[in-house]
Ligand binder design. Sequence first.
Ligand SMILES: C[S@@+](CC[C@H](N)C(=O)[O-])C[C@H]1O[C@@H](n2cnc3c(N)ncnc32)[C@H](O)[C@@H]1O
Length: 250
Amino acid sequence: MNTVLGNILKRFQTEGVSSALRLMGARIGSLLRSAIEDRRRGVSTARELKDRALGITDLSNHWYVATDYQTFRRAMKHVDIRPGEDVFVDIGAGMGRMVLLAAELPFRKVLGVEFSRQLTDIGRENLRAALPGLACKDVELILADATQWPVPHDATVLFLFNPFDGEVLAKVCANIRQSLAEAPRKLTIVYVRSEKFFEKEIAWQEWLLRTHEIPCVEGRVAIYESKLLPGAVRNGRPGRAAKPEPAEIL
Ligand SMILES: C[S@@+](CC[C@H](N)C(=O)[O-])C[C@H]1O[C@@H](n2cnc3c(N)ncnc32)[C@H](O)[C@@H]1O
């Protein structure tokens, strides 16, 4: 809550009162949505934790904040899901909100990877409560450090809400890239709040192309598609790189 107030104050100082009020309205909307949508599913994805630091000592790994329900929906409008085929992975899944939302869509499989036991336990509780209402029943929350977790060859849509930066992000990007090299395929990455770290990390790697940018309450969502790695063949034919589309303006 302090961070939210701090951000509003900062906005007031840098951009003036109307911009600060807009941000405040967006935050209130997000809190209301969180309460209503959680209640509708019988889950709790924004609860206060006793150990707020989650035992994180390496600050390259970021703390838990759930993505706004609306942000996920807006972002997923730009992702072409192949029903019964695509596999969604939330890297840094927290209490599982994105995993539950993805499992309401026609994915073949939905996974979440989270390195905090406390959060994974809550996420699994949420999953048990929501399971009857999910379209996809093959859903799993995996307790693992993303740096040590090999990205499965069938993963086709990756979701990240600013889970880490620095060396940790570099290692996870290398894992994603290795998975693509071993199993060339169309891969979409939905990255919330990409402005600081992810862009820097992939800029020199040049293996992803940004296809969309959407403003959201967290800042912005960027959607990337994998370019085909040299020599790789997709579906028996050489693939083509994704074409960028103009940024969407709210
Ligand atoms: C900002 S939260 C996003 C939560 C969820 N993806 C969402 O959008 O609602 C980032 C999450 O990443 C987790 N995380 C941070 N470093 C990690 C790592 N190395 N491996 C796995 N999870 C990690 C944190 O514990 C936290 O739950």
